[in-house]
Design a protein around this ligand. Structure first.
Ligand code: NI
Length: 134
């Protein structure tokens, strides 16, 4: 197990309150655990934005009754066919679909794909987890 080291940070009261609310909502047991995960996430993000090629997985949840949205997502995926390794579609329930899209390629293209997906109305959830970088 890695050694723990204690350090002190100073923040504005309102930011601490917002952070504590966030910790409670996310069910973190301690501030240390939450800060540690946020630091790790920031470092990984920094790494993948500077790495030339990365791989990772996008997760989307959307309502499949919105046909325009389904068609738009298909068009976008065809536009980025060279980036997308595979995708898996899961019918979550009567209304919702979950799609996992595995990607590998230049981080700028992946960022571009994420930005385009952010602009699509009707996506209920969108997340990207970078897995490896070269
Ligand atoms: Ni479905």
């Amino acid at each position: 197990m890695s050694q723990l080291k204690r350090f002190t940070i100073s923040l504005e009261k309102t930011l601490i309150k917002q952070f504590d609310d966030y910790i409670r909502r996310q069910n973190y047991p301690t501030r240390s655990k939450a800060v540690g995960e946020l630091i790790q996430k920031a470092l990984l993000e920094k790494e993948w934005t500077t790495a030339r090629d990365i791989a990772g997985v996008m997760v989307l949840v959307y309502n499949h009754h919105k046909r325009d949205l389904v068609n738009r997502l298909t068009d976008i995926q065809h536009q980025f066919y060279q980036l997308i390794i595979s995708s898996q579609h899961i019918h979550l329930d009567h209304n919702n679909c979950l799609e996992m899209i595995a990607v590998r390629g230049h981080y700028r293209l992946i960022k571009n794909l994420i930005e385009i997906l952010h602009s699509v109305k009707g996506i209920k959830y969108l997340d990207f987890s970078p897995a490896i970088s070269q």
